[in-house]
Ligand binder design. Sequence first.
Ligand code: TNX
Length: 542
Amino acid sequence: MSEPLTSLVPRPALVLPASDGFPLDLTTALDATPELAEVAIWLRGTLGPAVGCPFPPGPGGIRLRVDPALPVEGYAVDIRPAGVDLHGGSAAGVFYGVQTLRQLLPPATLRRARVGHGPWTLPGGRIEDAPRFGWRGVMLDVARHFMPVADVLRLIDLIAFHKLNVLHLHLTDDQGWRLEVPGWPRLTSVGAWRPATMLGSRQHERYDTRPHGGFYSDDDLREIVAFAAARHVTVVPEVDMPGHMQAAIAAYPELGNGYAGPVRSSWGISRHVLNLGPAALDFCFAVLDHLCDLFPGELIGIGGDECPVDEWQDSPIAQARIRDEGLAAPERLQSWFTARLAGHLAERGRRVFGWDEILAGGAPPGAVIAAWRGAGPAAHAARAGHTVVSCPDTSVYLDYRQSDDPAEPTPVGTRLTLADVYAFDPVPSGLTPEQAALILGGQANLWTEHMESARRVDYQAFPRLCAFAETVWGPAERDFAAFSSRLPVHLSRLDALGVNYRPPTGPRPWDGRPDAPGHPRTVEDRLAELREMTADLDQAPA
Ligand code: TNX
């Protein structure tokens, strides 16, 4: 069988090889219906420069059609000498079919300009394919390290190449605020900048001496949203509240509980959180309204993770709120707050997307839970009737080290090898079929404390993201040995795309970060820590 047909990533549901393929040359025509105009524009713009073909409209070449009888994101493609017939359940399905065609061509055609003269032959055969899950996500933290728009767009292209369809953008955190909000100019003039950056894990207390920062203009974010939409990727924005808010409080101390100081330079969790008085609530509503203006998707991320209550114990503003709302304890203030945000978003036809900490005290109905603290919270959320995105740190935190090699850049977290990520299943065990149906899919998270550039994000993400793509696209039953045998061909595709992936042989000398030491953990220690962190969920209504 032709090598490209047997080395697709993610692996398609069905591949039936045939003897003769379709040669692509400078005259190959493209026949697409009007509803597929955007796919056609993208195909011409992506494949055109690499093969030197303008893909003139007309019959006899590549034919694209929507067939509503197919699964909505599924596709079926027939490649014969007479032409290519590609049907998708929707424009998204057709788009994924074209992504498959790109992988079937030689890797040189993934480049941005012509290398060689062709003809490039698509191997003959039929492929039928559809994803297992509707949420195939990647989270990018642009708060810890700002990533320029061009690099975000490039990552979206790589996400879409692997048939992933959600980019969760973590836009704010203690270490930086990355979007403009009308009426709150200091968020970006002050909150987007920090005086220095921690080098390595916080245990070492090392810093560089360079300021770091940056933020996206409204048009930057609109461009990201539109670029992603053309690739069938939904951008889910997140502004993390009421904790992880030190950058906003540095800009507007009246939002906090007495903190007056800079944006945070160190990693870890800040104790400086919103006071949740009337002004802070108005601020949060203004932020949400602006997110609704910029991001058309139904879900708006409100964060909600790791919010220490220490400051609320002695804050007159927080205490007044606790008293006025008749809350039993400071711990209840966050769930009261989350309910207010959910109500505000519901009035605008949107829903809350939050980390699993918002389950404590009961999450608002309709909230989508990003379950990250091990496998327990996903099951807890599904049992409580919430829809869930599984992203347990124990399987899919791509900031965690990829091996025990001491040369791995800033080794943190538990070891998550390619095989560990490949073994991920978004559906936790022990759920009824009805509860399992609430698992929307999975998400790999790229926290960027230790990734200051796109090059380092590449290193942490690839090839583990290729393995992850198969966990959310392919069936539950998978074979790591078979995946590994497909990987070398796929790595040649990543080479052509210019991805700084981790080589199977380990980090190259320049991938290392001797200046930024890590803090590796054992799985046993992490599991014990997670049990303690999620103990409060056992008391929460399920
Ligand atoms: C926990 S996951 C966090 C992040 C850190 C990450 C590092 C989550 C909701 N919170 O703030 O960046 O660990 O792995």
